[in-house]
Write a protein that binds this ligand. Structure first.
Ligand SMILES: C[S@@+](CC[C@H](N)C(=O)[O-])C[C@H]1O[C@@H](n2cnc3c(N)ncnc32)[C@H](O)[C@@H]1O
Length: 273
């Protein structure tokens, strides 16, 4: 578990929980502090579904990247990439096509600090500290430009990140800026919490989780399928469209389970025509 590695930038406050490190703990990772673990345990006490949901999200990530490589995509811009975990985008994509290039972007310095040593020997992957809400900074970052050729198709991934972007920041306008930088044949993939589909105890538990996250981490912006479609306006969702995570091109019926909507998270992949 994390105390303070020598190379951890001083500006990282390890006494307060961070979204990236709480998520790391929920995935079974070791890059988290007592504050992160305490918050994660509070969430799990409300509902163990939280742990299931983060795994379903990683499984969606794997299926989406696999599908995108199958469409011939070889470049990925993964924004809000998080602390490296099992099954990172470069491992999935380069496992299928060693020529795939992956630029990770996160606004949490610890996510980048952990990615850098992992990627040091990988000429086709990089990690950049930048914020989704500053598209010019992301798109023009020298390390991104050195790796990603924007004259060729790129898949922009924002998985479990957009709920941290407030409506006041105008996510649709920001996404438009990314879309305009991409050539036709590019894609966006998004996963996003939504409590639509939850009922009864499940809904009450989800709301309690939302309140704890909101009070301790950052404001949480839940969105409906229609709101997500507005954010990715100008991209055309590929079948099956915006669906709860287990329903997005599952590998088997067993993956779907009896209540796919209890994932409480939507996934979608959409193409730039
Ligand atoms: C829940 S993790 C998701 C990690 C990974 N995308 C996945 O789905 O497995 C959310 C990540 O988004 C990052 N994040 C939140 N807001 C961001 C922003 N405005 N720009 C870039 N990264 C952001 C957090 O630091 C965190 O690492």
């Amino acid at each position: 578990m994390l105390d303070r590695p020598r190379w951890t930038p001083k500006r990282i406050d390890l006494t307060r929980p961070s979204a990236a490190r709480v998520y790391d703990y929920l995935l079974g990772g070791g890059c988290n502090t007592a504050a992160d673990r305490e918050l994660a345990k509070r969430l799990l006490e409300v509902t163990p579904q939280v742990r299931v949901t983060v795994r379903l999200n990683r499984s969606f990530l794997r299926r989406a990247v696999t599908w995108l490589v199958g469409q011939g995509v070889t470049q990925f811009l993964d924004i809000g990439s998080g602390i490296p975990s099992v099954g990172n985008v470069h491992q999935i994509a380069q496992g299928l096509n060693p020529k795939c290039r992956v630029a990770y972007v996160d606004n949490d310095p610890i996510a980048i600090a952990y990615a850098e040593p992992l990627l040091r020997d990988n000429a086709f992957a990089t990690a950049v500290l930048a914020d989704f809400r500053s598209p010019d900074e992301v798109l023009n970052a020298p390390d991104v430009r050195a790796l990603i050729d924007f004259d060729q198709p790129v898949a922009v991934l924002t998985l479990l990140m957009m709920h941290f972007v407030a409506d006041s920041a105008d996510p649709a306008r920001l996404m438009r800026r990314y879309r305009d930088a991409l050539v036709p044949g590019s894609y966006v993939a998004l996963s996003h919490p939504s409590f639509t589909g939850a009922q009864g105890d499940e809904l009450a538990d989800a709301q309690s989780v939302g309140e704890i996250v909101q009070d301790t981490l950052e404001p949480l912006h839940l969105r409906t399928a229609d709101e997500l479609l507005r954010i990715i306006d100008g991209f055309e969702p590929v079948p099956p469209g915006v669906v709860h995570l287990p329903l997005w091109r599952p590998d088997s019926d067993a993956d779907v389970g009896r209540h796919p909507e209890s994932s409480l998270v939507y996934g979608v992949v959409a193409a730039k025509p």
